[in-house]
Design a protein around this ligand. Structure first.
Ligand SMILES: [Zn+2]
Length: 392
């Protein structure tokens, strides 16, 4: 029998004990009819439920146990715990049924309704039914408008669904409730809105949104990079260089590696403006991470011989094992070492979230695990963040 069933049986046992204890307190045992009646309505379904569990029929068991929860309010908290347990086991449908049945009980208190709505929000969110999750969090928020968990959960869902306006509204609510600024988060949302505007060919709106993003946070790397892209497309090369300059001075150095890819989108711009500018910058800022990324991007956007000649020009030195492997992976050598390097490069994660440590292959602005914005940074050195600890 699974530990899951054992836990349910333990919970059911608790409910039975609670009911019998309550019965002892409440009742006059001199009235055998009443005692018998209560045993029927409360305990018998529970015992039937346990029997069903033992015969591995969890659905029937649930049906019986929900009957008990409907009848007795004392058991509500125990059933709430049972619902939580179903969810953590991935049994979202059963968790939903428990919570919905609790809500359906007569005379359910407002506090209890609130808890059931939050739980249903969690059940549906965990089960991937995001619209229904939002609906239940909204009901919870109608009772407790400042409930942080529900606000954060709704924000996560809106961001997951690329609903940036709604996400921004939630960020404003969180700013009010938590009394703290979310300006950086808001800046990244503005860039996503700008991206959407570009898809609809609304350049004016996209530019205005990028302005807003940079006003909110001058360190918002994504806003700088998207603006450099736009200026290149607009053949406004001088402004594109100025924006590049601002990027290099205003955003964290870990994000500098993202620059070469963007500067290479228009090769005329790259040759005439970006390359001389970057070479000049390189004279005083020899960031090897940037140098390696630059060489890699040249190999992709132009060809290998140009990449190799840049590598010589930059005179890359003091490289880490990761850097050496990346450069080796670029070359078309047919020996084992080169083959393995290419395979490693293909499979290896290149970025890690500074906040939660999750690693991803390609750069992401929004961490898929902790949901922070702009926290992904290139993996440095020979090891990954997490691996370093194991290696010691
Ligand atoms: Zn993270």
């Amino acid at each position: 029998m699974s530990s899951f069933l054992l836990i349910i049986i333990a919970v059911a046992g608790l409910v039975a004990a609670a009911l019998l204890w309550k019965k002892k307190d409440d009742l006059d045992f001199s009235d055998p009819t009443l005692e018998h009646e209560l045993e029927d309505t409360r305990v018998t379904p529970l015992l039937r439920g346990i029997n069903y569990l033992l015969s591995d029929k969890p659905d029937q068991a649930l049906q019986e146990m929900v009957q008990v929860a409907k009848i007795r309010s004392e058991s509500a908290e125990v059933y709430m715990a049972l619902g939580e347990m179903f969810r953590t086991q991935g049994e979202y449908g059963r968790a939903v049924r428990i919570h919905q049945n609790l809500l359906a009980r007569p005379e359910v208190s407002l506090e209890f309704q609130f808890q059931a709505y939050v739980s249903l929000g969690r059940d549906f969110q965990a089960g991937g039914l995001l619209d229904r999750a939002l609906k239940h969090y909204a009901k919870a928020l109608a009772i407790q408008p400042d409930h942080l968990e529900s606000l954060h959960a709704c924000l996560r869902i809106r961001e997951q669904s690329n609903e940036w306006d709604e996400a921004e509204w939630l960020v404003s609510r969180l700013e009010q409730v938590e009394n703290q600024s979310y300006h950086e988060h808001r800046a990244y949302l503005k860039v996503e809105m700008a991206n959407d505007a570009l898809v609809k060919h609304d350049i004016v709106l996209a530019e205005a949104l990028l302005d807003e993003a940079l006003k909110l946070s001058i360190g918002c790397s994504h806003a700088h990079l998207l603006r450099i892209e736009l200026l290149q497309k607009d053949n406004n090369f001088e402004q594109a260089v100025k924006q590049t300059e601002s990027f290099l001075s205003d955003v964290k150095q870990e994000h500098h590696v993202l620059l070469p890819k963007v500067l290479l989108q228009n090769l005329t711009f790259y040759e005439q403006y970006a390359k001389p500018f970057l070479l000049n910058y390189w004279q005083t800022n020899k960031n090897m991470e940037l140098g390696v990324a630059w060489v890699e991007q040249i190999a992709k956007a132009i060809d290998l011989p140009v990449a190799i000649s840049l590598q010589k020009e930059l005179n890359l030195s003091d490289l880490s094992l990761r850097h050496e492997l990346r450069l080796m992976a670029l070359q078309d050598g047919s020996d084992n070492l080169h083959k393995q390097a290419r395979e490693w490069r293909l499979l290896s994660k290149m970025f890690a979230c500074k906040q939660c440590g999750v690693q991803v292959h390609d750069m992401r602005w929004h961490c898929p695990k902790c949901h922070h914005w702009g926290t992904m940074e290139p993996l440095q050195g020979a090891y990954a963040f997490g691996e370093e600890q194991h290696a010691q």
